[in-house]
Design a protein. Structure first.
Length: 236
């Protein structure tokens, strides 16, 4: 099997070098870029298997690179792991909304980055219909319609754009209304087994999901000390 190619976009040389070294050692073919413009140019000539993308870059930032990738033919299926500095949590939500599949807060250990990347690549290589079987039922709940085959969500008839992770989390929660799920269960539903669980990433995912759903987003309830539930309103 050909080696998988990873593009790494990072303006800090030492971090770029650290990531490149570790990914190369893990058998990946790595191409590094110091700015967003160079990365976009390279993306236009050929897509990698995955993209590690720093958020803060000189010129066009990581968010914009991600947006452009998603608009390219075939670009929607390329996993993107975004890198952020501490204190950029609001940006993380934006990043996930703009199509990043995962994120890591600096400083991080390269080993964890490699694990996250592998998890994303596995998801991509598994059956294209992935963890959601096309035969699964469409969920209609509280004005929200979730179509697992078309992977579309509408709220009161209006389409709502979701990232792959948000979609899976919503489908998972919506498939069993009023059941309480732990963060671990949600991570497993979204990313598959053996994925490093961080409470923070689940919380960020839910924040983004609520925001996109607008008024009906408040049906996703936080259950203190446990996790989350989707209320169908029948017990209100
Ligand atoms: Ca940077």
């Amino acid at each position: 099997m050909a080696r998988e190619t990873i593009f790494v976009v990072e303006d800090e040389d030492d971090i770029l070098e650290l990531i490149s070294y570790n990914l190369t050692r893990e058998g990946f073919s790595v191409k590094g870029f110091g700015c967003g413009e160079d990365a976009v140019k390279a993306l236009q000539t050929g897509l990698p298997d995955a993209l590690v993308l720093d958020l803060m870059l000189p010129g066009i930032d990581g968010m914009e690179v991600c947006r452009r990738l998603r608009s390219m033919s075939g670009g929607a299926g390329v996993p993107v792991v975004m890198l952020t500095a501490k204190g950029e949590e609001a940006d993380i939500v934006r990043g996930l909304e703009n199509g990043a599949d995962d994120y890591m807060v600096k400083p991080f250990t390269p080993r964890v980055l490699v694990a996250r990347l592998r998890a994303q690549l596995r998801r991509r290589h598994s059956d294209p219909s992935s963890i959601l079987d096309k035969s699964e039922a469409i969920i209609e709940i509280a004005g929200i319609s979730i179509h697992p085959g078309m992977r579309t969500v509408t709220v009161n008839g209006k389409p709502v754009k979701m990232t792959a992770s948000e979609f899976k989390a919503l489908y998972f929660l919506g498939s069993r209304p009023n059941w309480v799920f732990s963060r671990y269960q949600i991570v497993e539903a979204v990313h598959g087994e053996n994925y490093p669980v961080t409470d923070r990433s689940v919380d960020v995912l839910i924040v983004g999901l609520r925001r996109k759903l607008g008024e009906v987003g408040n049906r996703i309830d936080t259950v203190r000390g446990t996790g989350y539930t989707f209320r169908d309103g029948h017990n209100d």
